[in-house]
Structure formats: structure tokens, C-alpha cells
Design a binder for this molecule. Sequence first.
Ligand code: BGC
Length: 759
Amino acid sequence: MNNIYIVPDEWSIIENGFDKEKVSASESLFSIGNGYMGQRANFEETYTGESLQGSYIGGIYYPDKTRVGWWKNGYPEYFAKVLNAPNWIGIDVKINGQVLDINSCKVENFYRELNMKEGWLKRSFISEMPNGERISIESTRFLSFDIKEIGAIQYQVEALNFEGSIELIPYLDGGIVNEDANYDEFFWKILDIKDQKDEAYILSETLKTKFEVCTGMKSILYVNGEKQELTPQSQVFEKKIKHHYKIDVKQGEQLSLYKYAGYTQTMNHSAGELQQVMQEALQKAANYGFEKLLKLQIEYWEKIWETSDIKIAGDIKAQQAIRFNIFQLNQTYTGKDARLNIGPKGFTGEKYGGSTYWDTEAYCIPFYLSTKRKKVAKNLLIYRYNHLEKAIENAAKLGFKNGAALYPMVTMNGEECHNEWEITFEEIHRNGAIIYAIYNYVNYTGDYSYIPEYGLEVIIAVARFWTQRVNYSEAKKAYVMLGVTGPNEYENNVNNNWYTNYIAKWCLDYAAENIKKVKKEYPDDFQSIVKKVNWQDKELDKWVEIAQNMFFPQDKERPLFLQQCGFLDKEIKPVDQLPASERPINQNWSWDRILRSCYIKQADVLQGMYFFENHFDTDTIKNHFDYYEPLTVHESSLSPCVYSIVASKINNIDKAYELYLRTARLDLDDYNNEVDEGLHITSMAGTWLSVVQGFGGMRNFNNELSFKPIIPKEWTSYAFKVKYRGAILEIYKSHKEVKITNLSDKKITLFLNGEKINL
Ligand code: BGC
């Protein structure tokens, strides 16, 4: 764990004092987004110290040519990367001609706050210039949820001890590069730069993908509260445009610059209208004014919190953390556009390229199902439905036939982007998560119509993949799956990863069940699917046969399901016997040593027991937790949340709490020493799960909703809300009581600690 410097607070992330070493980490932690775009918390004014300039637009990507040591047939040609987009937050400041740069000027009273309740970011400080002029700066900015294409900045400067000139220079910079570019290329082409009084525009185009983006800004200056009708002096460069406002001030005078800016782009508008739409959005924002826009922002967040807040009493750090996780998830994905998804780092950094991983299906779906309209989670499913053809092509490239689909490990548009053979070709369990998400959606919402309309085609294609991926072992008299990588990426090319075999079997069972149901209850839909996918009845028999005869590695004496064949040949030594200096092992050990060790990166067998908890009794789950948890290093952000939920299930509350803190404060306390790269957005959904399904014990199997709340001793109470089939439920738990309130008119039957109740 890194030095903790974030001030505990119920509703805000607060940093007091300026530390150059922490600038990059804070840029991640204080990131803002509105589902359409997002940005790291870079400073508006010049900063020459260590920093990652980052501003991203959902869906605007570049196919960066693959870079690998040794090419293998089947590797994808490119890795899709969400592009680091033109910078529109920039406002340079000059005092008597000297540039303000807090990397070299003195800084006092530095304060930064990300207000999660209201959705804005503020920063204030006093700075002393090399010549002794002292100024105070206060900036507030947010990305509007009402006019999604714009953000607003209020930037105030006060002359504290001098008379002279202050220059404020708002600018647009189209020359931003991706730090993770494989060949150091610049991914944009600047098409045009336009200058119009207090407005400016940069029109640019992404290379290869040809998305066009118009970045626009409009600024309005106030001096001592009075609006100035000024036309700034402008300077146009090859990729940049600056507007200069120079004002002579006396001591105590104050300038306020309002900058409205943002992007329009060709995913949503035609190329010819980009500038005009941008201009209209800027004008609308300016007409509202900063205060009104901010008020709308606050109202928007009020609505979000109404259904998604979790209140934890008696533990301020846990409270702050859960809100941070919920806040970031809401900033990243709003569910309005089925072309967008949730990158593991959201809009907060470049790692993972902003692409889609199995994280969405395995972790994020339940959060959106319970806190949003059903359409939001449905759009995430439709995203994969729309990529089905590409998943079939992807499988065909690897030699699979007859409409078998292998969904990519990493993707932007349905094509595989990952290029490590042990993951691209072998980490195929991801295919199971896609089906599990469909099951989850239907099971939670009761909306079966999704299956005949969309789901069944995906289910069939994935079942066809598993059918071809297994082979019958004469020696074992069972179907085996060779050469795979399970969720635990610290094992590669293993035979019979228990989790993968289990989810494959489950997919086949689920496919068979749905074929029968759709055939009987939706005969017309069934007929059109039969034609579309060339369905043959005999496929069903094969699925059933494989599902019934799948091999599962186990030690029958213990009894224990083994993570894979041969797991017990390893030297088994719990993680707590490893010297602290060697952890995390992925930063200290050779890959070869990691692979041979017994250490588990993230939930693997336990991932299966979590998904399919209703298939196992509690003692079995406990035995597996007790065996595998001590061997788990949790070096994936996706790990502690699953273990925390299972720990709650087996009533190991202290462990559940320890793991909860680890998942919830992973970024705030920088457990993995990497927060400067961006936040772990997808695992934040896991944090939510560890409260709602973990401590709250919410389950939803076979159309029955149930709760079994427990509470860690560190908390005095907690409360959360879930939406469920038209009802809104509030669950409150303290050490004395548990209360469930139905906040809607919709009647609902549920189980509380095993007892049936009607609300
Ligand atoms: C994990 C994967 C995950 C990816 C993106 C990796 O470290 O092992 O399971 O999909 O990160 O979050």
C-alpha cells in the first residue's frame, strides 16, 4: 500500500497540500466523466512536472499496429486504443509576463476536492511567482450530464500583493499523443483550425478509423464580477489555438474566466455539421451560465444517488470508498448507447486501451441491473449481440466451424485485439461470461423475451464453440479441455481448468434448456433462428452428451476441486509465508517462477463457486475458500471482491471486511502501487457486489429474491437500495436489526434470512 494522502470524507475525495510525487496518482483519482467523455484531473494551467495528459471520448479509437516479439498465426493485426483526444481544459496563466507553473513556483494552501455528491472537481491554492507576486487560484470544473458534449470551467485568479498584468490564455491543443502508442505515432490528422471571436475550433480526424472530431471552446471573462465584452487576441499554431486575455489589475482584484468546451464527433453527427453542433452546444451552455449548468449537474447526481447510494455508518473510510466506486461507475457508463462499453480503466488512463473485457459481463452487469433502468444492462448485452458475427469470424480464424463463436478477450468493435497467445487463444472462459450475463439479466429482470429476440443466437454460437473445443479422452472416459488459461492468469496452457470446464458445461446445459423452451413457447422466433443459424436438432444431443460427461479435476479424498490437472504437484506454501519484499510477485519474480508456483492471481475455482453458488452446499464452498484463499495474491483488481462475497457467504466476516477494504480502497490507498496509470473501474462494480451480495447477502436464483444481511463489527449500520422488477427496495442493517422497505407501489415477495415475506 502506498502512502495514504486522501482525506477521509463521506462525500468527497480531498487532497490537502501539494506534493509533486503525487500529481500523476491524483490525476487518476480525481478523474471526471459523463459517460460520453472523460478526463484525468490534469491542471488547467501549465505544469511541467510528471503528468499524464488524458482526455478520452467513448468509442473514438485507433487500431494501433500489433507489436509482439514473435508473430503467431491467429494474432490480431492491431490493438484498439481509445484515443487521447485534444486537450480543451488548458488555460495558461501569466503574471507580469511570467508563466505560472506550480512545478517551479511556490505553492501554499493547495486544496483539491472531487465532490461526488454533486459531480464537480475543485482546486485552489496560493502561488508565489519567482518575482514575488502572489496570486490565489480557484478552479471548478465538471463534465455536464445535461449537455453531454460539453464541460465547463470556472477559473479565478486574484492578485494578492501586486499591481500589474494578468494574462489568461484559454487554448485548444490537438497535438496530444497516446503515451501507450506502439510505434510512437501521432494518431490524428488536423483538418482545420477555426477562430471566431471568443470561440475556437479544431477539426481533426483519427487516422485509419476516420472518426472526425470537432473540439470547441468558448470563453467569457469577468473582472471583479463584471462581464467584459472582449475579443481575445488569438494565436494559431499547427495543432493548437490560443486566445489571450490580458488585463491590468490592482492588488485585490479578481479575474474569472468561464470556459465552455468539449467535443462533437461523427459517431453521433455527420462530418459536415460537427462545428455547428459544437457551436450550438457551447452557446446553450453559455446561455445557461456556469451556475445554472452546475445546478443541473447537482440535480442529475441527486437522482443518481437516490437509487444507487450505499450508506455506511461508523466507518468513514468505507463510506468514502463505496461512494467513490459508485461515482466512478456512473461517470463511465450511462447505458444510453449500445456501441459503448466499460473499459477496465474507464476514461482515467490508457492501460487496457479503453477496450472491452469479460469484466463487463462478469462484474459490471449486476451493478447496472440493480441501480438503473433495465435498458442500461440490456445495452451491454446488445453490444455483444452486435458483435456476434465478428466473434464467429474470430473463431473461424482459429479453425472453428459451423457458426461457433469465440468472443474476444479484448475488443472495441468485436474484433480480437489481444496478442499474447496464452490469453488470446487460451483464456476462453470469457465466452462463458457472455452467456452468464444473459442468464443474469433474464434471471434478475424476468424479461425472458431477450432470449428469443437476441440471446439464443449468441447462446447457440457459444455452445458450438465449446462442443468443438473439448475432445473426448479415452484415458479419462470424459470430455477434456486442453491448453487453456483460466481466470488465474498466473497459470498458462493448463489442462482442464476447473472453472473453464464448469462454465462450458453450464453453457451447454443452459443452451439445451433454452433451445427447448424457445422451440415450445416461441415457435415463430425459433423458426427464424433455425434458418439464420442453420440449426440442426442433432446438435442438442451432442451438447447434452458433452455436458454430462465433462471432466473435472478433483482430489476425491479431501474432497477438493482442483484448479487444473496437476495442481497438487506444486509446492503448496501460503502467501503469508512470502517475504513482503517479494510482493507483488508480478513486479518481483520472473514469469517462469510465477507459472510454476502455487500462487493464484485472482479468483478462479472461487469465481465458479461464486457464479454457481446454488450448485454447491455451504461446506463445499467453505472448504474451497479455505484452501484457495491463502494461496491467492489478489494481484488482479478483480479478485478481492469475489473472495469478499464468498467470505460473507461462509460467515467469515472479518475476512470479508478485510477484502472489502482492499477492493473498495484499492485506488484510494493505491494497494497495487499503480494508480497513476488510471483507476480500476470494472472492479469497482465488484466492490458494490461485495456490499450488496456480500454483506447484504442478496441472491436471485429461480425467480426468488433473497437477503441474508450480516454486518462487520467496524460498522454501526449500512443501507443500500436495489431496483427489482419494478420495485425499489431499501435494505438497512445494524447490529440490532434488519429492515427492508419497499419504496414503490409494486408488491413484492422476497426471502429474508430464509423467511418468506410480502412487501
Ligand atoms: C485480469 C483479467 C482482466 C483484465 C482487465 C487482468 O489483470 O487478469 O481478468 O480481464 O486485467 O481488467
